[in-house]
Design a protein around this ligand. Sequence first.
Ligand SMILES: [Zn+2]
Length: 200
Amino acid sequence: MNPSTLLLVDLQNDFMPGGALAVSGANEVIPIANKLIDQFDLVVATQDWHPPDHGSFAASHEGHNVFDEVGLNGLPQTLWPTHCVENTGGALFAPTLNTAGIDRVFPKGTDASIDSYSGFYDNGKRASTGLGDWLREKGVTAITVLGVATDYCVKFTVLDALTEGFAVTLHVPGCRGVNLQEGDCERAIREMSGAGATLT
Ligand SMILES: [Zn+2]
């Protein structure tokens, strides 16, 4: 019990350079992830997995543009380019990622009416992905997290993991962010650290 556990956040084609919602340098994370996959007992990955009409897509909101802020199902929502649509190439893991080394994948954002930055819950904490219970069943008490994007899905996954009682190490060199506003990534890292995450 208490296996060393690595959590890979959204290492998917649409977040890689050239993808629909490219995160600068996201491709540099893949070799880091592959190296770490071999060093952990348990490897879990989240996968952004949206229906084609997902409410986080600007295309789903007539008269709105990408990066506009709207209300969605009672929650503030940043509108994104259409990305990680279920069963499309953009939603697949980056081809060079060692997916054979991943023990379990948790899809998120599968409900069109609400977004899900965290790998544990949707943005309203209305539904769980099952990740927390699965980790507890495996006897996991501490996780190391890396992936994209630092200022969205990594941040909310880390904050929820801490709230769920897991000790969290953020693998900073294995994270890349969006930085819609300059400094967003640094602020996200400070917020995770302030909430109790260890930085490495
Ligand atoms: Zn998404």
